[in-house]
Design a protein around this ligand. Structure first.
Ligand SMILES: O=C(O)CCC(=O)C(=O)O
Ligand SMILES: [Fe+2]
Length: 257
């Protein structure tokens, strides 16, 4: 874990031009770098205090060229088929999972975040409230707090230890489970003292899988609560900011009649 945090930190400390070569031109670019900006959410201007890079690592492997050690570290992680292991523990029929989500070619995204000290932390945010795409998100960090999770409308600080993996349920698990597992709403706050690094690994279905509520659960519930959508289209809609802060999950949720 320490190796991947160190390699991610080295990436963010590269000269600007090395990072900016990955500035996204299109939502389907497999590597995308971005830097903090001002966004307008619900008519409110918010300063984002974060650099990030997102790199698709499975089923196709992509990785920034520098730092050199990043490639080896990332290959080690992406070889593990985390989605398969994690979703199988959820006690659903194997066939239903394999057919529906095609986990042998599951999508994995390496997405580290870099939050330098912020002179006015109460005037900025690292990452505004959102839910993640994918089934389960794994998150590790460098020991500096910042991740908050929303529960019943209130925000709570997380205090996952430095050498642990924090697992969040994400949108496609909510969809596939027909609403049994709710996607966790979370955000990252910043501080004025220390640089925070978080490394996120998003684990999803195969890019071309059409994710929808699992058939046995729809039968049990009498109806599907979510519309079907191709996995990669969902991801790219989110990454393109086309939704302007609105949740993609809300868009495909079928409202009660
Ligand atoms: O930095 C964090 O703790 C949260 C990062 C996050 O939620 C994300 O990258 O989706
Ligand atoms: Fe997130």
């Amino acid at each position: 874990m320490k190796d991947i945090i160190d390699a991610s930190l080295e990436y963010f400390e590269l000269p600007e031009e090395d990072k900016r070569q990955y500035e996204a031109k299109s939502p389907s670019d497999p590597i995308k770098f971005g830097s903090g900006n001002v966004v307008t959410l619900a008519y409110q201007k918010i300063n984002l205090w974060r650099d990030f890079v997102k790199s698709y690592v499975h089923p196709e492997f992509h990785c920034p060229d520098k730092p050199h050690k990043l490639r080896k570290n990332l290959m080690n992680i992406s070889r593990e088929n985390y989605s398969r292991t994690s979703v199988k523990t959820l006690d659903w029929k194997k066939d239903c999972i394999d057919e529906g989500l095609k986990l042998d070619s599951c999508f994995q995204l390496y997405a580290p975040n870099y939050y330098p000290p912020c002179p006015q932390p109460d005037q900025a945010i690292g990452l505004p409230a959102h839910t993640d795409h994918g089934l389960l998100t794994f998150l590790i960090h460098n020991g500096i707090a910042g991740l908050q999770i929303q529960h019943k409308g209130e925000w709570f600080n997380t205090n996952s230890p430095q050498n642990s993996i924090l697992v969040n349920t994400a949108d496609h698990l909510e969809i596939f489970s027909n609403g049994r597992y709710k996607s966790v709403r979370h955000r990252a706050v910043v501080n004025s003292e220390a640089t925070r690094i978080s490394v996120v690994m998003a684990n999803g279905a195969a890019p071309d899988a059409i994710v929808k509520p699992a058939e046995p659960l729809v039968e049990q519930d009498g109806r599907a609560y979510y519309r079907p959508m191709k996995f990669i289209e969902y991801v790219e809609t989110m990454l393109s900011n086309r939704l302007q802060g609105k949740s993609n999950l809300d868009c495909i949720k079928i409202q009660d009649a």
